[in-house]
Design a protein around this ligand. Structure first.
Ligand code: ADP
Ligand code: MG
Length: 665
């Protein structure tokens, strides 16, 4: 296998692609470990590639069912209505005349630079069997596809970036696997059997036990890749059948190690995936093992569709774990990778339904948002001693809780090296656990390195400490200020309460105050209402003691001001003690008696407990027996019981009092 084009030319293309990526999709900045900011989003890019007619089938007899409109859109005949076409728009559309270089330079090359930033990237070829996925990804010696081109460029780039004298040392490794019937098979070590897929605490997907081969040149890559590809197809006698029924995943890792302090380490992963055919196997008439294979393929591709839908709809559960393929792609779809999906389609009519379904899947995928971030940490040999110092500085449990999962890996439960007294002395610094631990780590490691080299300069470590002490002092001062303000506020509140209490004594308590002056306090509710009789206010009545005291029974929840609400319940009678001055009682009785004797049925209805029926009965009784001599005669009216009469009296005298109270206020 050989990738076309000179190195010089490829370098120029890489530079151009990088510039394009900076202005477009690749707008991403390096993120530090421990950074709590959410990484910027990067939408999954979707390109569609239409292959030309193959096997000489092109011709006037079989016109293509798909037609490109411009560099981003295409149309396909609508099978429901032949007069209509269905139009689709993507990030890129590559027509039948497009070359391997067009696809690579236009859609794949721009995302490779992210690998050197410690970010992940993935390229997925999707589409029905025979639509050109393998041609796009792998190609042929004459027309190399995405895989050899990407490897060629990546290796060249890492050689340049990792050359002696540059700040970072770079290394590249490759792994190659296939997912066949929901089994993860290592193509570089076919004897290893089904492998498990795991996720680390940072959400990175790993396959423990998967072979990783270091590669430094394209020849190295070919040396491992070509026999592994044969493993894929020679593993079964069904050769191509199997290859179109399995998902082939090439994983290339770019590892970077900083040569000088603070000795950072970054890892970028590139997935290059040739997916199994997306055709509907029910239509292909597969039987037996083929059908079983198809079932497995359909399951994983079906789950892939569900994952895309769940991500688009923002569902709380994305079913990544429902298939091996989606579990593996977890950090590529809706995850941390810069992803590009290349949907391959064929022009022949017999592909029509599979083409429509592939286009629909592609259209749904372009809504998926990823959030790529930089996988950066400190190199293990630096981390060892630093861990202790960091722990010592940040303080144990709260500090650890405040940190994100990325730091969880870095922080270790090792015992503290510093003496207890030192950690106690530093305990106030625990408040500053929100400080960027990555920055601390770097300073500490640099400090340590300088010390080991016998540096005479001021120890770096002391600088952040001093700064932190100053900050601590400021924070303490602010705390004191807040305390002072709180005390002042409490004093003012107490003053206001005292003023209100004074107001209450001077004014009628039931008088309404403006809402803004009402405060909700913990003060006990009033249990005693003093109601001044109207006539006493109006006529300056002689008796200053004429009062109604309505006392609330302990333990009852009825509110004082709901005086009018007393009337209906006879049960409530027990709740109240009625203490009415004799003058008012006599006055009230007389008024009621007058009304009973002189009032019409309508007037009588203005009395409490007297409805239309009772009013008629009273009028009827009066006509028969003459005027009532006392209020208690009411008991003699047919249909009015003694108890009702009592209740009538109480309610009406209270009603009278309430009326007077309202009149007074
Ligand atoms: P898939 O992997 O999707 O099943 P292949 O990549 O094997 O499809 O393509 C099927 C056939 O079509 C192969 O013979 C391949 O060489 C040819 N082919 C696919 N795409 C193109 C293309 N863009 N130009 C020329 N031939 C192509
Ligand atoms: Mg194929």
């Amino acid at each position: 296998m050989a990738a076309g084009g000179s190195t010089q030319q490829r370098r120029r293309e890489m530079a151009a692609a990088s510039a394009a990526a900076i202005s477009g999709a690749g707008r991403c900045r390096l993120s530090k470990i421990g950074a709590t900011r959410r990484p910027p989003p990067a939408r999954v890019r979707v390109a569609v590639r239409l292959r030309p007619f193959v096997d000489g089938t092109a011709g006037a007899s079989d016109p293509p069912c798909v037609r490109g409109m411009d560099s981003c859109s295409l149309e396909i005949a609508n099978w429901r209505n032949h007069q209509e076409t269905l139009k689709y728009q993507f990030d890129a559309f590559y027509g039948e005349r497009s070359t391997q270089q067009d696809i690579y330079a236009g859609s794949v090359q721009p995302i490779l630079r992210h690998l050197l930033e410690g970010q992940n990237a993935s390229v997925l070829a999707y589409g029905p069997t025979g639509a050109g996925k393998t041609h796009t990804m792998l190609g042929s010696p004459e027309q190399p596809g995405v895989i050899p081109r990407a490897l060629m460029d990546l290796l060249q780039l890492t050689r340049e970036e990792g050359a002696e004298g540059r700040p970072w040392a770079l290394s590249v490794t490759m792994s190659y696997l296939e997912i066949y019937q929901e089994k993860v098979l290592d193509l570089l070590d076919p004897a290893s059997g089904d492998l498990v897929i795991r996720e680390d605490c940072r959400g990175n997907i790993l396959i423990p036990g998967l072979t990783q081969k270091p590669i430094t040149s394209f020849a190295d890559f070919e040396r491992h890749f070509l026999p592994a590809s044969r493993n894929r197809t020679v593993g079964a006698t069904r050769l191509n059948q199997r290859s179109s029924r399995s998902h082939a995943v090439l994983l290339v890792k770019v590892d970077q190690r900083e040569r000088l302090a603070p000795f950072r380490q970054r890892e970028g992963k590139l997935y290059l995936i040739d997916l199994a055919g997306s055709e509907d196997n029910r239509r292909t008439g597969n039987k037996g093992l083929r059908l079983k294979e198809s079932g497995a393929i359909n399951t994983s591709l079906f789950v892939l569709g569900k994952v895309v839908d769940a991500l688009n709809q923002g569902l709380p559960r994305v079913p990544y774990r429902d298939s091996k393929l989606t579990r593996l792609l977890q950090d590529s779809l809706g995850g941390s990778a810069h992803s590009i999906l290349i949907a391959n389609i064929a022009p022949e009519r017999r592909f029509y339904l599979d083409t429509v379904s592939a286009l629909n899947f592609a259209a749904r995928s372009k809504e998926v948002i990823n959030r790529p971030f930089t996988n950066e940490s400190l190199q293990p040999h630096v981390l060892g001693p630093v861990k202790l110092s960091q722990k010592e500085l940040l303080g144990p449990p709260e500090a650890k809780r405040a940190r994100g999962p990325e730091e969880e890996e870095i922080g270790s439960p090792e015992p503290m090296a510093a003496p207890a007294s030192a950690s106690q002395k530093l305990s106030p610094l625990q408040k500053l656990s929100s400080m960027d631990p990555a920055m601390l780590e770097r300073l500490l490691s640099l400090d340590r390195l300088l010390a080991s080299q016998g540096s005479q300069g001021a120890p770096l470590l002391s600088t952040p400490k001093r700064e932190r002490m100053v900050l601590m002092k400021t924070v303490e001062e602010k705390d004191l200020e807040i305390e002072r303000l709180k005390t002042k506020q409490k004093e003012l509140e107490a003053k206001m309460l005292a003023q209100k209490a004074e107001e209450k004594e001077n004014h009628c308590p039931t008088m309404l105050r403006p809402l803004s002056h009402r405060t909700v306090t913990g003060a006990k509710p009033l249990k005693k209402a003093v109601v001044m009789p109207l006539q006493l206010i109006q006529e300056q009545a002689a008796s200053p003691n004429a009062e109604i005291h309505i006392l609330k029974n302990k333990g009852r929840k009825r509110k004082l001001e709901s005086l009018d609400a007393l009337e209906p319940e006879e049960k409530a009678e027990d709740c109240w003690e009625l203490q009415i001055s004799p003058e008012l009682l006599a006055h009230g009785r007389q008024k009621i008696l007058d009304l009973l004797n002189e009032g019409s049925a309508r007037d009588l209805r203005s009395l409490q407990r007297i409805g239309p029926k009772k009013a008629q009965l009273i009028v009827g009784w009066r006509e028969l027996h003459g005027p009532f001599s006392q209020v208690e005669d009411l008991e003699r009216v047919e249909g009015i019981t003694g108890k009702q009469m009592e209740s009538f009296l109480k309610a009406n005298i209270l009603g009278l009092a309430a009326g007077q109270r309202c009149g007074a206020s």
